[in-house]
Design a protein around this ligand. Structure first.
Ligand SMILES: [Zn+2]
Length: 130
């Protein structure tokens, strides 16, 4: 075993929350470089220190609970991000309209010329060129 493996015995190690904190540290450091604000630099150091405290912690139960809470908090955000990424991909092949009556989002394939789109929600139809 090397010194690193010996040091990590019984310690919690890296999880998603610590990884996110390390990424946040990196982002904060870049912001502090751009803005020259010491407070952001200090914040980056604090977040980095907290990440290391978590990684080297021996209270693995508590750290695991923290990580679970973080993942629960992150879940709705990642669903939203994924939905937006999908929409971005679909923009190549689809055109999006909003129903003039109820605001429902309508998706039509691109390049079909003039089409009548019927809203699935309120049956209102609009004519659009795609
Ligand atoms: Zn509608």
């Amino acid at each position: 075993m090397n010194w690193f493996q010996r040091m990590m015995i019984g310690r919690y190690g890296l999880d998603q929350l610590s990884k996110a904190m390390l990424i946040l540290t990196f982002i904060l450091l870049i912001i502090s470089l751009i803005t020259g604000l010491d407070i952001i630099n200090a914040l980056a150091v604090i977040v980095l220190a907290l990440a290391y405290i978590r990684i080297l912690s021996r209270d693995t139960n508590k750290r695991h609970q923290e990580n679970m809470k973080f993942l629960q908090w992150l879940n709705p955000i990642s669903i939203k991000v994924n939905r937006n990424l999908n929409r971005l991909k679909e923009h190549k092949t689809y055109r999006f309209y909003k129903c003039t009556e109820c605001g429902q989002q309508l998706r039509v394939p691109k390049g079909k010329g003039k089409v009548k789109i019927t809203c699935p929600k309120c049956k209102n139809s609009i004519i659009k060129r795609t």
